[in-house]
Design a protein around this ligand. Sequence first.
Ligand SMILES: Nc1nc2c(ncn2[C@@H]2O[C@H](COP(=O)(O)OP(=O)(O)O)[C@@H](O)[C@H]2O)c(=O)[nH]1
Ligand SMILES: [Mg+2]
Length: 218
Amino acid sequence: MNNYFFKLILLGDSKVGKSNILSQLVDHRFNNFFFKLILLGDSKVGKSNILSQLVDHRFNNFHDTTIGIDFNIYTTCIDDKMFKLQIWDTAGNDKFRFWIRSSCRSIVGAFLIYDITNRNSFMNILSWLSDVREGGNNDIVIMLVGNKIDQEEKREVSSDEAILFAEQNNLFFIETSAQERINLEQTFMTVVMYIYENIKRGKYDLSNAFLGIKVYKK
Ligand SMILES: Nc1nc2c(ncn2[C@@H]2O[C@H](COP(=O)(O)OP(=O)(O)O)[C@@H](O)[C@H]2O)c(=O)[nH]1
Ligand SMILES: [Mg+2]
């Protein structure tokens, strides 16, 4: 439980040490990989709660409007490797759309989230997808996420329909409940493992600063 939330920014020339100041402040652990990911989707589909449940096991019954764009850090382990995920949470309204679109530029993975009890939020996935495909790099890994499966009786989007959409658009697909903490780790692990496999297969040009991946050498 936090009493206050302050939003601060680090500014300065490239290579003055901004990122290192932040990572040493937030976590002192050694990481092997750093991935930059983004959560997209209409307002109120549950993006901020998916992130806060994943990172802090915290669920908020009220919709707390995300200010523009925000991020949280989640650290996970596969085999003997540490992965630091910087996960960007966005406000789903049009006021911030330009900002969100330009943020997609340096992202390696995106989660397109809709609310299974709100058909409109599913219909809008197509425009979130075009933001990612137009703004992001070609190799971006994308997962379609149907949230709020604890509200089965109010469901407006069938799993079959979403699976078909995911297949047609070459997306991973999963259904979650932020409230009940269902499938949250699996959602992120699926994408992280796929990116990790791509790195091992040499699919990425790791010298590209806009790739959204950093590989740390010991
Ligand atoms: N029943 C249910 N409600 C949820 C779930 N996830 C989020 N909510 C609720 O949906 C509303 C919007 O959630 P929020 O995370 O702020 O959505 P955002 O605008 O996409 O960040 C809040 O009232 C949450 O309590 C879920 O998995 N199940
Ligand atoms: Mg939010």
